[in-house]
Design a protein around this ligand. Sequence first.
Ligand code: FES
Length: 107
Amino acid sequence: MPIVIFELPDGTQRKVTAGSGTVLMQAAVSNGVDGIVAECGGNASCATCHVYVDERHGELVGPPNDVEDEMLDFTAAERRPTSRLSCQVQVSDALDGLVVHIPEEQV
Ligand code: FES
């Protein structure tokens, strides 16, 4: 199963095992990673699971779909070109070693 690295705003890294076929948000929440609130439970309607995909991995993850793209305008922390909602990022073996950065605030 792929290993995904969540980097907290203070630079601390949490390496977690993410099940293929799940989403990044689930990997964070089930492993108690701080900073992923996920109020809506993964429905792309709260923007509290915002992450910045590491610039080295942008192509690997790909762009948001239209619904996610609209919600990304409502993130608490600034939206950046690498912003994604972690509940909309499907985990696959190809994401092994992925690094995502957790923003300073989610609400
Ligand atoms: S958990 Fe609500 S938008 Fe991702």
